[in-house]
Design a protein around this ligand. Structure first.
Ligand SMILES: Nc1ncnc2c1ncn2[C@@H]1O[C@H](COP(=O)(O)OP(=O)(O)OP(=O)(O)O)[C@@H](O)[C@H]1O
Ligand SMILES: [Mg+2]
Length: 262
């Protein structure tokens, strides 16, 4: 067992993290002459929420697509649960993906399926022969977690943007993933709904001890959900620390993200 990392929470209690779950070292990814990730380093432990900040187009979505093997990388190392992603065979990659929940930048629900059917979909794909009763119970429990049990028989078109985001979240959470990857989970939402989603993400971390990477421009979301933040600039992890630590950094490249935060 690896040594655990500790962190003092705002209340003074010590929070302990488990073993490293995602380990990224010297990661490089280019598209032709567009060098997106040049030397990116980041490590995330079990139970830890890390927010990645960065300008639009800097490579945040590329990073999480590399983590789930949707994009391959050119050099460096990217290990999830100790396994080098670029070296996995398709079957191993599928097994790994069943342990990872991925909330896309758009909520990407299946429009021809009801909310219930949208949630059943990952269970049928990865859930290993669950009984009808168990599937029903899991769908209902997960919808209850996101406060939308009453929407179970609705079609996606009948949902508001915030509800769609929450259903997208529920669909990723239903397999109780050990890792959650959130790509701008609150973008396009009003501040109240955005805060609800952020609190939901925090509640899921606490309930299931999930490790998460949260990509966000929403500093309130970052402040609420992050145990640690990483600032991506020019393809590297330019600065990292807690919200309060980074807020004090005077380097204008880092400070720019915190201008409007309290
Ligand atoms: N499949 C691809 N093929 C070629 N170039 C790509 C591909 N995916 C991303 N890129 C390029 O990689 C760079 C980073 O894109 P990425 O989507 O990661 O940005 P981002 O940081 O997520 O931005 P945003 O905040 O706007 O979502 C961009 O220059 C983009 O054009
Ligand atoms: Mg993106």
């Amino acid at each position: 067992m690896e040594a655990t990392a500790q962190e003092k929470t705002k209340s003074g209690a010590v929070r302990e993290y488990g073993e490293p779950i995602i380990e990224i070292a010297h990661l490089q990814k280019s598209f032709g002459s567009n060098h997106v990730l040049t030397d990116f380093n980041l490590s995330i432990r079990r139970g830890e929420n890390v927010v990645v900040l960065g300008k639009s187009g800097c490579g945040k979505s590329v990073l999480i697509k590399c983590i789930v093997g949707l994009l391959s990388y050119d050099a460096g190392s990217l290990k999830v649960f100790g396994k080098e992603i670029n070296q996995l065979k398709q079957k191993e990659l599928d097994e790994l993906r069943a342990r990872i929940g991925f909330v896309f930048q758009s909520s990407a629900l299946y429009d021809s399926m009801t909310v219930r059917e949208n949630l059943e979909f990952p269970l049928r794909r990865h859930g290993k022969h669950k009984s009808k009763e168990e599937v029903n119970r899991l769908v209902e429990e997960t919808l209850e977690n996101v406060g939308l049990l009453h929407a179970i028989d609705l079609m996606p078109v009948e949902l508001s943007g915030g509800m769609r985001k929450r259903i997208g979240l529920a669909r990723s959470l239903i397999l109780k993933p050990e890792i959650m990857l959130y790509d701008e989970p609150t973008t396009g939402l009003d501040p109240i709904t955005a805060e609800e989603i952020s609190k939901l993400m925090l509640a899921m971390q606490q309930k299931y001890n999930t490790s998460s990477i949260i990509i966000s421009h929403d500093m309130h979301c970052a402040q609420l959900t992050a145990n640690r933040l990483a600032v991506m600039i020019d393809g590297i992890n330019y600065a990292q620390g807690t919200f309060d630590e980074l807020k004090k950094v005077t380097d204008p490249k880092v400070h720019a993200f915190f201008l409007n935060s309290h």
